[in-house]
Design a protein around this ligand. Structure first.
Ligand code: AHM
Ligand code: MG
Length: 337
């Protein structure tokens, strides 16, 4: 039997074939994606050896989000910066870990793209060997390529993303990518260091059967979300619950099996916990490219224009009709059944 691996569509080949026909193709977008894949291989190797390489636990520092920095967070952030200062590709990188964006130094020649990353999402799961991942989104820069990257290159609506993806470090390492034309997953064969197409054209059906939400916060949710989640638990709803506390893992499972993920705002934190640029936009881009939807509870998430790099957002994401139901439950006119 010939497996998809044996057919041998590598991530490199896929990137080459999907970017070469683009009217503005210069090879630089392909190089950018290949550099992210290089970073992913390095991070994956370090994640697998974390317990042996003394990479578990914290650095003792607190990041710009007020969270404890893990050694693997710091490593992943550095690896991505080194990979993306590849000459002529990227002008700047905004990371969940750094207060200010990293501007690619002049000596490396600036490039036409601006990238936002969560270098290691779900890092509270590192020490328990649960799944974590890297999330990224790519914008075409707005400012002139004659100057260094400007913050306006990153404060663009999500609809301006030209590509997004994530890499999940789980029982295997999988690179999930969309450049707008479908969503495709590539599994790393660690013996040869290559990603092979393993999940072509991932699609979200109109409805799913899983819901993922941290119910410990239920008393703090808007009433509409409490009502909506209650309907999901009715005997005839046919739903099951799964929540690992690692957005990238919860999203990946729901993308493959069908489901809705919710991280609503609360009275105390109306904007929720998750970050618009580093988590919300890239996953919303992927959800829509797979036929699903994403909202902040008020409108289409990708239409938001960030005012600052570290802006937070409520996030409801997954199968289209499930996201629509949750959004309806949040509208002022909604009456609980
Ligand atoms: P991180 O980017 O610092 O890891 O934080 C984000 C994570 C998400 O991966 C996950 O969905 C969420 O935080 C879980 O938060 P909570 O523990 O409040 O449910
Ligand atoms: Mg995160």
């Amino acid at each position: 039997m010939v497996t998809q691996f044996e057919e041998g569509i590598t991530l490199d080949r896929f990137i080459f074939e999907t970017t070469r026909d683009h009217p503005e193709a210069t090879g630089r977008f392909a190089t950018l994606l290949q550099q992210i894949a290089l970073a992913a291989r390095l991070i994956s190797a370090r994640v697998n050896r974390a317990g042996l390489a003394g990479m578990l636990g914290g650095t003792g520092e607190v990041n710009v989000q007020g969270e404890f920095v893990q050694k693997l967070d710091e490593y992943s952030n550095e690896v991505l910066k080194r990979a993306l200062e590849h000459p002529g590709v990227c002008c700047m990188l905004a990371s969940e870990e750094d207060e200010e964006p990293f501007i690619v130094p002049d000596r490396f020649a600036t490039g036409p793209y601006a990238v936002c990353v969560d270098p290691l999402d779900g890092s509270s799961n590192i020490d328990v060997n649960a799944t974590i991942g890297t999330i990224f989104g790519v914008f075409k820069r707005k400012s002139s390529t004659d100057v260094q990257g400007q913050v306006e290159d990153l404060l663009q609506p999500g609809t301006d993303l030209i590509g997004a993806g994530y890499v999940i470090y789980g029982s295997g390492t999988v690179f999930v990518l969309s450049t707008g034309n479908g969503v495709h997953g590539f599994t790393l064969d660690p013996t040869v260091g290559e990603f092979f197409l393993s999940h072509p054209n991932l699609r979200l059906a109109p409805r799913g059967t899983i819901f993922s939400v941290n119910e410990a916060y239920a008393s703090q949710w808007p009433e509409g979300i409490r009502d909506y989640v209650r309907t999901l638990k009715e005997p005839d709803a046919g739903m099951s619950a799964r929540y690992i506390g690692s957005l990238v893992a919860d999203f990946h499972r729901n993308l493959i099996k069908g489901g809705i993920f919710l991280y609503p705002g609360t009275a105390a934190k109306p904007k929720g916990k998750l970050r618009l640029l580093f988590e919300g936009f890239p996953l919303a881009f992927l959800a829509e490219a797979a036929g699903g939807a994403a909202t902040d509870g008020r409108g289409r998430l990708l239409e938001r224009v960030p005012e600052s790099i570290h802006e937070r957002t409520p996030l409801i994401i997954g199968n289209r009709d499930d996201v629509a139901d949750a959004t309806r439950a949040l509208s002022p006119e909604y009456v609980a059944s």
